[in-house]
Write a new protein. Structure first.
Length: 672
């Protein structure tokens, strides 16, 4: 347990709290526990608990609550209800339970408001009505009061109606947040629930994040996809009332009547620089064309074009000096300093991932706010200066190498002259000696010092470090630490069949690429027919490419075949996997880039075409204590052996599947 966090469980919102994590006794320890926070959504918590834990069976949907506090700061970090308790068992029979919980803001999903129309209504009045209708439907512990509501609407005529097909939370998002901006937060005050609706959450962080102090890793991304050069402004429309024809199309107000018949606004300067990029902006509360044009012109003129985001790993100094620093809070403005990347800026914390069992694995998302081109150019100038400084340091290092090389030649020259004089006095054959010494000089002159070999040399054996596979059950991975722990390959799960997307692959794949980790992807086979297997393959490939985008492609695609599928037919399994591989071939993945992971105990019954795949990966654990010596090798030929499910890797909390003994073809194809 990381010092400073207390995790409890209770049955019912006001039930007795029972401790979940403890630093004493392995039976009372959680396998993992982390929370994800985002300014645009309410918090979610995930934890993994072993069956030896005395609270293992005490998790029920909606009625079990989990709370995380930090007593030394007297802060509540999470309070929410269990949504999905699910059990899992691996091939060696190890059982764990994965718990997902949502913040109590989820109470707003439990009610549905009736249809109602509003005219000339402030956001606070509209929100108060929604909360009142929620309270009418809810138990006492779910009732909410309004707190700080400071988001305001424009001076234009306001028209709103509730959508009775959506719950209260979705109505708030659709009718208020998506139209007026702002952020919603539900908090507890003296045992009561209070709802705030403010322009922005957070304050100013007391501690900065600085290189050589508490900054561990940093990745910066700039997304130009929000650049707009042509704007199509749309205003109010008469939305259907209750009982109306909801399938009919209703036109919106445009600016054509006050813009020479044109419904678009254009910025010719931006078009000249970036080309044509059209965007539509809707103002439901604007009812005149003149006002709509004014708003559209202001939007186009004042737009911020470039979306930037920073992902970083950090050390929270409040755990080291609790009296000197406050914790980082979601929404806080924080100063980030990294001279190597030319960064010295103050940006907002828009997302957090807090690992309660391993503080060093926590991460922050900074920004994803937009900036104008002038600010972007300043950022680029700082980065270019940092790159120039790095090149200058590299040049100085190279000059030192050359200086050492020159000194070596001078020493040989001196040695040659000394030897020549000595041999001349002894009457030796000078021609031969001079030729030998001259050859030494020529060899050095024509063969400058070679930089250190960082691996990959054709004549050197391929280094084999740790080989792991991970999925959504490994939460809050610090990929920089994974890279530093001699991981040669990480295979990332994308899906379990077609219907279940892995909850973390969209983060794991890009984060592994950014950290420079050699990675592959895998999908658990659930096909029920050849056509179904082909559909799984298409989803596997397309989901992978969606996460990869234009970055480094996976080393291979692994098909995880561990259970009897194909309508419970062993005879059909071979054809189903063949159909899966054929579909991957059509999508551009050759057989050499397809690996089959096969359950060792079902290897013969499945009778797969193992000669076709690029490699065969088999699991067999034995005692499964994390050591190779106590593991039992597979009983069939293999290119890679998964020997344990309880391995340990830096940057990953809890157990990790680990493999060893790659064949020569596996090493040459996937580990070079």
């Amino acid at each position: 347990m990381a010092t400073g966090y207390r995790i409890t469980v209770r049955q019912g919102f006001n039930g007795e709290e029972r401790l979940l994590n403890s630093p004493v006794g392995s039976a009372a320890r959680l396998v993992s526990a982390s929370v994800t926070k985002d300014v645009s959504a309410f918090d979610s918590l995930s934890l993994t608990i072993p069956p030896t834990h005395k609270q293992y069976a005490n998790f029920n949907m909606y009625t079990t609550f989990i709370k995380v506090t930090r007593p030394d700061k007297k802060k509540l970090l999470f309070d929410g209800r269990v949504i999905t308790p699910s059990d899992s068992m691996d091939t060696s029979g190890n059982v764990q339970k994965q718990i997902t919980a949502e913040h109590i803001t989820g109470f707003l999903h439990d009610s549905v408001p009736p249809f109602h129309e509003f005219h000339n209504t402030t956001p606070k009045q509209f929100l108060a009505w929604l909360v009142n209708e929620h309270n009418k439907q809810m138990e006492s512990y779910k009732k909410i009061s309004l707190g700080n509501v400071t988001v305001t609407n424009s001076t234009d005529n306001v028209y709103r109606f509730t959508d009775e097909t959506k719950d209260t939370y979705d109505n708030i998002q659709d009718k208020l947040v998506s139209r007026l901006g702002g952020e919603v937060r539900l908090r507890e005050v003296a045992g009561k629930l209070v709802l705030d609706y403010v322009p922005k959450l957070g304050g100013v962080a007391q501690q900065p994040i600085m290189l050589r102090r508490n900054l561990m890793s940093l990745t910066r991304q700039t997304d130009p996809s929000q650049i707009v050069t042509v704007l199509k402004p749309l205003g109010a429309t008469q939305e259907p009332k209750q009982g109306g024809d909801t399938s009919a199309a209703y036109p919106r107000l445009t600016i054509s009547s006050v813009n020479r018949g044109d419904i678009y606004l254009r910025d010719n300067t931006l078009i000249q620089e970036y080309g044509t990029h059209v965007k539509t902006v809707v103002w439901d509360d604007v009812t005149t064309a003149a006002a709509l044009k004014t708003k559209g012109q202001a939007e186009l003129k004042n737009q911020k074009n470039l979306k930037t985001q920073i992902q970083l790993g950090y050390v929270d100094l409040s755990h080291i000096k609790p009296d000197s620093f406050d914790e980082f809070e979601l929404g806080d403005m924080v100063r980030i300093v990294n001279p190597i990347q030319g960064i010295d800026m103050t940006e907002r914390i828009t997302g957090m991932s807090l690992d309660f069992l391993n503080i060093s694995s926590s991460s922050l998302t900074i920004g994803e706010d937009t900036m104008n081109l002038r600010s972007y150019e300043k950022m680029q100038q700082r980065q270019r200066q940092a790159e120039t400084d790095a090149l200058r340091r590299q040049l100085i290092a190279q000059q030192k190498i050359v200086a050492g090389y020159d000194n070596k030649i001078s020493a040989i020259n001196k040695n040659w002259k000394d030897e020549a004089k000595k041999l001349a006095s002894q009457g030796e054959d000078m021609d031969k000696i001079i030729k030998d010494l001259q050859k030494q000089i020529n060899d050095i002159s024509t063969s400058p010092p070679t930089p250190p070999d960082n691996g990959g040399g054709n004549n050197k054996p391929i280094h084999v470090g740790k080989i792991i596979d991970i999925s959504e059950f490994q939460a809050g991975i610090n990929w920089s630490q994974v890279k530093s722990d001699d991981v040669s390959l990480a295979t990332i799960r994308v899906q379990d069949g077609t219907t279940h997307e892995d909850l973390r692959y969209k983060r794991n794949i890009p984060n592994a690429i950014k950290a420079g980790v050699n990675y592959a992807v895998y999908s658990f086979f659930r096909g029920q027919s050849n056509a179904d297997a082909q559909a799984e393959a298409r989803n596997f490939y397309n989901r992978t490419q969606g996460a990869v985008e234009n970055r480094k492609q996976p080393t291979f695609y692994m098909i995880d075949v561990e259970t009897l599928e194909m309508s419970n037919s062993y005879g059909a399994m071979r054809g189903g996997v063949e159909a899966y591989m054929n579909q991957l071939n059509k999508l551009g993945v050759p057989d050499s880039k397809i690996v089959l992971y096969i359950a060792n105990n079902l290897y013969s019954q499945f009778n797969l075409n193992v000669g076709r795949a690029g490699s065969i990966w088999l699991p067999s654990y034995g005692q499964n204590d994390g050591t190779v010596g106590n593991s039992r090798k597979p009983t069939h030929p293999y290119d890679l052996w998964q020997y344990t499910s309880v391995g340990r890797v830096k940057g990953i909390t809890g157990d990790v599947d680990m493999s060893t003994e790659p064949s020569e073809r596996f090493k040459k194809q996937y580990l070079k």
